[in-house]
Design a protein around this ligand. Structure first.
Ligand SMILES: Nc1ncnc2c1ncn2[C@@H]1O[C@H](COP(=O)(O)OP(=O)(O)OP(=O)(O)O)[C@@H](O)[C@H]1O
Ligand SMILES: [Mg+2]
Length: 253
């Protein structure tokens, strides 16, 4: 078989040239990074779970008419996606204070926000993905005013969908991040949701216990990340039949 052309290797995923022009194959790695890649580890089974979970969320978005890059899952670790021109911004939606917002504004984690708050960070690892304002985005030409309005509308729709889906399985959607890209249909440009939606890019807390079921488990050394992601997948009914992660025997003293 001919070797595939690698387009880009990031911290969590690899993009390969797809079978048709305008498509990519997105491969989900087991690598986890936090704090701008200062903390790194390989976590058995994470890629398999995120491939399934991102498929599940993107398909749900499609069902309610929110455009996104997902075309088809290919295997345990890969999905076929539509190639987009990524807008160099992380779009964050917050329902409750946590993480950098809590630090910045001195709000205790879990404080309910008066309404969902949309933030933008510039995608630039060297600068540590700094928070930027709409003024910056327009002035530096990262997106137009129309793009910005569309991005906020898209992000809030994703928030409503994700909040509902998660609440139905007893999980609170505290916040999440998405990436958005441009596609052209003939002469018309549209914005669609790209990258991934998974517990790597969301904060998910158990409604009853407050237990964290997202990447904070890795960032803050709170236990097994695979167990947390497996729990999310189990509740949503999307566990792959043969997860590569197997519980290792534990020595009892
Ligand atoms: N549909 C798409 N078309 C083109 N690029 C995409 C698409 N979906 C995601 N990407 C890009 O593919 C890469 C995915 O890799 P990964 O998430 O591992 O990157 P990363 O290490 O987070 O780095 P960065 O996001 O800063 O480039 C990201 O750069 C993301 O912006
Ligand atoms: Mg990424």
């Amino acid at each position: 078989m001919a070797r595939r052309k690698k387009i880009y290797e990031g911290k969590a995923k690899i993009l390969y040239e797809g079978p048709e022009p305008g498509t990519f194959v997105q491969y989900f790695k087991d690598d986890a990074t936090a704090f701008n890649a200062e903390k790194k580890a390989t976590i058995d089974g994470k890629g398999v779970l995120n491939n399934r979970l991102s498929e599940f969320f993107m398909k749900g978005l499609t069902q309610i008419g929110i455009p996104n890059h997902f075309l088809k899952r290919l295997n345990m670790r890969e999905q076929l996606i539509r190639q987009v021109e990524i807008i160099p911004l992380e779009v964050i939606v917050r329902n409750f204070a946590a993480g950098s917002m809590s630090t910045r504004l001195g709000l205790s984690e879990g404080t309910a926000l008066p309404r969902p708050i949309v933030e933008f960070c510039l995608k630039d690892d060297k600068l540590g993905d700094p928070l930027v304002s709409e003024e910056h985005i327009i002035a530096f030409g990262w997106a137009s005013q129309q793009d910005l309005d569309d991005m906020v509308a898209l992000a809030l729709r994703v928030n409503d969908f994700m909040s509902g889906v998660m609440l139905a399985v007893g999980i609170k959607l505290v916040d999440f991040k998405i990436e958005i890209g441009r596609v052209w249909d003939n002469d018309f440009q549209r914005l669609i949701v790209a990258d991934e939606i998974s517990p790597d890019s969301c904060r998910l807390w158990d409604v009853e216990t407050g237990q964290k079921l997202d990447k904070d488990v890795f960032r803050r050394d709170l236990g097994s990340l695979t167990d947390a992601y497996t729990e999310v997948a189990r509740r949503l009914g999307v566990l792959p039949s043969n997860v590569t992660h197997a519980t290792k025997p534990t020595l009892i003293n």
